[in-house]
Design a protein around this ligand. Sequence first.
Ligand code: COA
Length: 381
Amino acid sequence: MPRYAHIIGWGKYVPPNILTNEALAKTVDTTDEWIRERTGIAQRHIASSKESTAMMAVHAAREAIEVADVNPSDIDLVIVATATPEYMFPATACLVQDALGASRAGAFDLEAGCSGFMYALATATGMIRGGMYNTILVIGAETLSRIIDWNDRATCVLFGDGAGAVVVRGSDEPGGVLASILGSDGSGGELLIVPGGGSKHPTGPDTVLSKMHTIKMSGREVYRFATRVMASASRQVAEQAGWSLDKIDLFIPHQANVRIIDSAAKALKLPPEKVFVNLDRYGNTSAASIPLALCEAIDAGKIKPGDHLVMVGFGAGLTWAACAVQWSTAKPGALAPPRAAVSRLRYLWSGIKSIVARALRHVDAAVSKLIDIFERKPPEE
Ligand code: COA
């Protein structure tokens, strides 16, 4: 019996703090008109000092888990797609796994730039369809505001922060993620890069002074690459799913630039009502952009069971990726108050368990040290 991978839960988080084009134009040489005309962006959400990638990922994941109506301990694997992890290591996914109390789950981060969420969804689908796992939490989360050069008008107007998550579950019922394609062209790696802070240019005063820890981008070349791959990847994935292009009910592209989206939609002959766009409010949130758009499309009633969706991303690497999804999950009603309370209690309990586990680790280390001291033989005379 073939296995299928269905998206059964979804959730999102964006920081409440909004940075409008007008506000940005007060700090850097740009205008609202230029940004809207060239990109379609009107505002973006920016994380406060209390918000970070793991925190936003956890919020989005909790929402997705509630919609899916699964217990965190049912989750087999947590994948966090991000280019702005909490730390170099440990993986952000491990922090999320702990905060959720997903005690049985493995966890890892996946870095494929703005294609990250599509790569992660394809990975989860493969693992479920192959029978390795049954329930996988896939998250795209970014705090891009931390790696932006706020004096570079060519990049700082483009990006925003946020997170989106889905729960993917195995079933014998046909549908769900039916096809995926992944692509890479590393020869274009330098076109969109954060050059500092890795093994090639480790962080030091020189990398910081030359702002090598911030995004460097060749906008025009990335634009040309994006318009090329968006349409071709979407065509390929639809073909792999056995769909003609007119079968697509909703096209959910990576939200980077409305002109790139329009050009892909035109090449695919998709009318505007079949193309989901929300980048005017969020800017480019990299790996979070597609799950954020998916959540908003569901909230707006644009997706119903049986619909054929194509989601496509492109980004640093250079990478691109697409998935064809036959949607199968009805939008659930709000969680009943007792269930919501149980859920809050469960997260509180996992928080307490995590603190206790940390404390016990310290006690264990201290006791082991004491035993070592007592067992140490006195020096021979
Ligand atoms: N405000 C005002 N002027 C700006 C500006 C800004 N924020 N940013 C750039 N400009 C200026 C440039 O300096 C240039 O001036 P010049 O002609 O005097 O040299 C002019 O606008 C045109 O610049 P250009 O880079 O050719 O603009 P563009 O039409 O290509 O738009 C991007 C720039 C970045 C919006 C566009 O190239 C793009 O979206 N590229 C893809 C980026 C992307 O998606 N990255 C993420 C991938 S996941």
